[in-house]
Every structure is written in C-alpha cells, then in structure tokens.
Design a protein around this ligand. Structure first.
Ligand SMILES: [Zn+2]
Length: 574
C-alpha cells in the first residue's frame, strides 16, 4: 500500500519552515532559553541544600527511624548510592495513619479483570493485555474542580505485583506535580494496603511517597493499594520547563499528565526516584493498565490515552468519562470546551485531530503528517497495537509533547502561518514506540527515546520519498546543529543524564548528535541489519523498559562488523 502522504508536496508553509530552519539552524521542539546560569544555580543550591540538611538536621525534622526505608542485603535502592544530585531518602514529612472516613469510598472493582482493555487494542493485538498480568493495574476515580486554583481530587486503587526477584519492603509512588518542572502540587492524604490503613511518608520535597508493607511483598506476590490524593494545577506555563505541555490549566485546556500517584520503577539500581531537571522529560514508569473515571463539568470534553468507553451525566451538572487505557506507559487526559475534531483511519487505527476555532486547516496538516508517519512507522518499527491515536494542540512552549496514545503539538502551530508540523509530528508519532511501547529512564538516558524519535523523522521523509525534506533534516536539523556544538566548544558525549546537560547543548547533542550516531550505525552495518535491529529492539522490549546497553547490544547482535568504536566515539566520547 502506498503511504498516505505519498504525493504530499512541500507546501509554501513547509518551504517557509525549512527556510526558517536553515536560518535558525534548527526546528527544535524545546527552545533553549539561555537558562544556563539559573539551572546551574538551582542545581548547586539543591545539592548544597541537601548536603546542609544531611550535615545539620534541624530540630523541626520529625523522628523517622522506624519508617525510613531500610536497604536490605539483596535490594539497595538506587537513591542510597551517594550521588551529588540524589541525596539519600530522608523523609521530610510523615503522615500518621489516618482513621477518619475517607473523602471517597474505596472503589469497588475487580483489579484482576483485563478484558476491558481488549476494547482499546486492535483485534490482532487484543490478547496482548492478558500477557502482562503482573503490570500495575490502576483504577482511578477523579474529579476535576475548576476555579481560581484548579485542582483534582480522587482515589485510586492499584494492584501491584512484585515483578522483581527480591522482596519489596515498601512501595514508592511518584507525585509528579511536586517536581519543580511541573510547577503544581500534589498530596496523598490516606492509604490502605490490602484494606488496612497504612502510613504514608514523603520524600524529596514530596516528589515521592513511600508506603511500608507489613511483612514485605514476596517476588510474584500482589498487593492492593488504595491512595486518596489531591493535586493542584498551575495556571501558567513557564517557557523551557519540562512542565510545558504536561500539566496545568492554560488557554482553556486542562493538561493532565502525571496527576495521580505513579508507581515508581524498581530496576537494577533499586527504586528510581530522580527528580529530573527543569527541562527535558521527567516521566519514568512501568507499562500499566488504567481504568479511569474522570468527572468534569458537563460543558467540558475529555481527550485521553486509550479509549473512552462511556460518558454518564450526573445530577449535579457534571459528566463521568469512563476511559480504559492499557497496556500503556502512563495515563494522560486533556479537558477543554474549545476543540472540534476531524478523523481518518490508517491501518485500522482511528486518528483524531483536534483543533481550536479557526484551526481546521492546521488540523488537516497535523492529521496528514500523523497518518503518514503512523503508516510508515507501522512498517519500520512493527504495528502500533491500539485502536486510537489522538493529536491535540497543547499550550506548550515546546514544539510537541508525547503522551501514551496521544501527541500534543504546540497550540501556536494552529494559529501561526506555517507552523512546525513537518518535524514535530513525525517526531511525536515515533514516541509512541520510543517512550510508550518501550519505556526508558528519561531523566538518566534521554537520548534513548529522543534520538530515535528524531532519527525517525528522517526515516519518514525517506519512506515517503520526499528527498528535499530528507536532506534538510539530515543537513540542517542534525549536522548543522552538531557542527554548531563543536564550533561553540559545547560538544559532549550523547550518553548522560539530563541534569548533566544545560539548555545550550541539550538539543544539539540529544536531538542532533544522537540521530547522527544512528545514521553512522546504519552506514556501518548496512540497511538490512539496521532495520532488522530496530524491529528486533521494539519486539524484544515492547511494553517493557530498555536501557542504552540494550539497544547497543541489539545493534551488536545484528552487525557482522565491529561497531564498538562507533559507540565509543558518539555515545560515550571515549
Ligand atoms: Zn521528543
């Protein structure tokens, strides 16, 4: 079948875009704001504050010896490894078990029932849900409360299965709204573990909570955790922060990422509780299943990860939206009364392109790039397994933002002539593979999803036989910016955590040098091995988490020629 975008000619707006890229040297979707000094100052003050707290505990700090997570011989949480940016967990606030009646009753739900997710997956993939019985299973009842300080109030039950080989003595949940980059606030007011009231301890300025497990959780065993939570939304988006396009109420759109307590990842280094940087992406989570009942004022509509199963009106002027999403990386919802939508089907997947008043032409452009790149990536990376993919305009200062089953593009694209759809759309579509299907530690290894997603833009233009754009992406987006980094003396290895970059070289290295590494790999091992490796990588780590070493090992496995010199040069700078 011919790709949907075959025959799509470079429009006047695209020519303007490419000319702008040539002049500016990049169509980046995270605009550098020259916040180097601020970033360094913040990082330094965070480290100093942490050191100070450790060295001079204040009398105000509660005694928490009993509740402090104790590393066992077999499981050492990552955060116990001394690192300048990750002080040992010191609970700063400990809530005692609360015996008051909960604000909402404990949801009555069968958390072992996975059948509902077959309604969100394409028929050919409907059985994949049952292959992941140990993935966390969330049931979230949450109410959106508009107002001067908009907020969300809710309760979630999570079935957590210990997928590790070691006993877990406590569980950690992330409260993303408390990350500086999200600029919001969140709290857990009450917890039950298997129906019994449990203690909640806060860590790292409330960005994580821990729930001690009486007797621990053996490998393979499951527990049922209920958390009552509340989160407030910022009402402005600060340029250049990771929160832009993630979380807040701006321009009439409630942008709801990471609003619920998200089970932290436990990996080879233990619990991962990184607070991330003020830029780049912060989310790191296991694939999970989500059944969500989101109650909003009846005038508002919800566009979310997964599929909406029902809308039920209440007597109080609100509507409950019943949504199922899974298996997905996380749950996201946008809520607004300002959008209309157009739709198109590609490879059995319904793509919905939402737009504000006056944005129909832009929505058609976004739809065309989305269906086109989805069709191409289905063939290169393996089929997108879900029934639906949504494209929404988000009030972000970045060019786009990836969510599970949904991509956000800058709302400004829909009002400015030209927009930046040509680069941002295929990039965000590729994140459905390199972020959603295959998770990675975004704060620690940002290149793993971003460099692949950006190289995918080149692959898209190659596949639809649009050589001018293909050359423009390779030369102007990748090479020009990498050369600029070298000329400015800010070149560095691709590998490394976001906190080790600053906004002056993050884009040049992660979005340009990283893709050039992949291009060099392709030239070294040949097209056949390269594309076989990409497919193998997606199939091997589908619904899981991959680390840089995993991708590099897949390339090694498919190459008949040595590649370690390439890896050393581009990735590790050796
Ligand atoms: Zn990206």
């Amino acid at each position: 079948m011919e790709p949907a975008t075959r025959g799509l000619k470079q429009s006047a707006s695209e020519r303007r875009l490419m000319s702008a890229i040539r002049k500016r040297g990049g169509g980046c979707w995270l605009r550098p704001r020259g916040a180097l000094l601020v970033t360094v100052a913040l990082a330094l003050s965070a480290v100093l504050a942490a050191c100070d707290r450790e060295a001079n505990p204040t009398p105000d700090e509660p005694e928490v010896t009993v509740l402090a997570p104790t590393p066992s011989a077999t499981a050492v949480p990552a955060t116990f490894t001394p690192e300048p940016t990750a002080p040992p967990p010191t609970p700063t606030q400990v809530a005692q078990p609360v015996e008051d009646p909960p604000p909402f009753p404990t949801p009555d739900i069968d958390l072992t029932d996975y059948t509902v997710y077959s309604e969100t997956l394409l028929e050919a993939y409907a059985e994949e849900a049952a292959l992941l019985p140990d993935a966390p299973h969330y049931f979230i009842q949450v109410r959106l409360l508009p107002g001067e300080v908009p907020s969300l109030e809710g309760v979630q039950r999570v079935r957590v299965t210990n997928q590790e080989e070691t006993r877990l003595n406590e569980l950690y949940f992330r409260l993303y709204p408390n990350l500086p980059a999200y600029e919001g606030a969140a709290e857990v007011s009450r917890a039950l573990v298997d129906g019994k009231v449990a203690t909640v301890g806060y860590l790292f300025d409330g960005t994580a909570v821990f729930i001690p497990l009486e007797g621990g959780l053996a490998p393979g065993a499951a527990t049922d955790v209920t958390l009552w939570f509340r989160a407030t939304l910022p009402t402005q988006v600060n340029a250049g922060t990771a929160g832009a396009g993630l979380y807040g109420f701006v321009g009439g759109v409630y942008d709801l990422a990471g609003f619920y307590p998200t089970l932290a990842v436990y990996d080879h280094r233990g619990w991962d509780l990184d607070a991330g940087a003020s830029f780049g992406d912060s989310l790191f989570s296991d694939t999970g299943f989500y059944q969500v009942e989101l109650t909003v004022p009846e005038a508002l509509a919800v566009v979310a990860s997964g599929s909406t199963l029902a809308q039920e009106p209440n007597d109080d002027g609100t509507t409950v939206w019943r949504i199922a999403a899974g298996p997905v990386r996380s749950f996201y919802a946008a809520v607004t009364d300002r959008w209309e939508a157009i739709s198109e089907e590609v490879d059995g997947i319904t793509v919905n392109s939402y737009y504000p008043v006056g944005g129909l032409a832009s929505a058609q452009t976004a739809l065309s790039y989305t269906t086109g790149s989805l069709g191409v990536f289905n063939r290169i990376f393996g089929h997108y397994p879900y029934r639906e993919l949504d494209v929404v305009p988000l009030p972000t200062t970045a060019f786009g933002m990836e969510h599970a089953g949904l991509l956000g593009l800058a709302a400004s694209f829909y009002t400015e002539a030209g927009g930046g759809f040509g680069i941002a759309t295929p990039h965000e579509v590729a994140h459905q593979w390199f972020f959603n299907l295959i998770g990675n530690d975004q704060p620690d290894e940002p290149w793993l999803d971003e460099s692949l997603a950006n190289y995918a833009v080149y692959l898209y233009y190659e596949a639809v036989d649009w050589p001018q754009m293909q050359t423009a992406v390779l030369e102007n987006v990748f090479r020009y910016r990498y050369d600029a980094a070298r000329n400015l003396g800010i070149d560095r290895p691709v590998s490394g955590a976001v906190v080790g970059f600053d906004q002056s070289n993050y884009i040049n290295i992660i979005y340009s040098k990283g893709p050039l590494f992949l291009h060099a790999m392709r030239e070294r091992i040949g097209d056949e091995a390269f594309f076989a490796a990409l497919l193998d990588y997606v199939q091997s780590f589908r619904y899981g988490i991959a680390y840089a070493g995993d991708l590099l090992d897949v390339f090694r496995g498919h190459s008949s020629t040595p590649i370690d010199d390439l890896i050393a040069f581009w990735i590790y700078g050796e």
